[in-house]
Ligand binder design. Sequence first.
Ligand code: PD2
Ligand code: ZN
Length: 215
Amino acid sequence: MSEETSILPVQSVYPLDDCVVEGTVLNREPLIMRFERVLTDDECRELIESAAPRLKESRLVNKVVSEIRTSRGMFFEEDESPFISRIERRIAQLMHVPVEHAEGLQVLHYGPGQEYRAHHDYFAPGTPSARNNRISTLVIYLNDVEEGGETVFPLLEIAVKPKRGSAVYFEYFYGNPELNHLTLHSSAPVIRGEKWVATQWMRRQRVRGHGLITR
Ligand code: PD2
Ligand code: ZN
């Protein structure tokens, strides 16, 4: 089978403008990687502190509380502070996509028993959002979880354990739709402790300054 080109060049070390990130391949096609040291402990704490007062229950467009995701979440505005801009630029550089393609950074909080059931991050073909669809995701773990809370790829039998400052990366912009489908993923219920993550979704085309995103 011919190999498709990934968005992210596969390396074991990613020297970025303001830090050096280590990468480990978990799966080649679709590409799934684990990154270490994406954020410092202080940056994780600052993200949690800024997000905590702004968390909301996850609701679907019809205002019904979502059953697929029982965590609470919030979105930062794009470039909303020098701190957020610095994190956004670092993430974009790591994900190898211009920062103009980045949605607002999302923070999710899961308490015991809370989960995110299996889903794809891309929009179903044919829907309005799919015209400028998502192409890749970075989920950064902002704390250590005592038990549970793994990010799971059930079709690939991969489970990633949260560790503060580390991240899981995956992409789903392949010509072969079956590869994109294999990125089905979930957050296992937290069993003990709590779980904080920051999620960055990238779009195929720029979204900043164009008002294209509908949430
Ligand atoms: O918190 C996670 O591990 C997780 C799992 C699945 C986050 C997302 N999806 C997401 O934000 O899309
Ligand atoms: Zn997801």
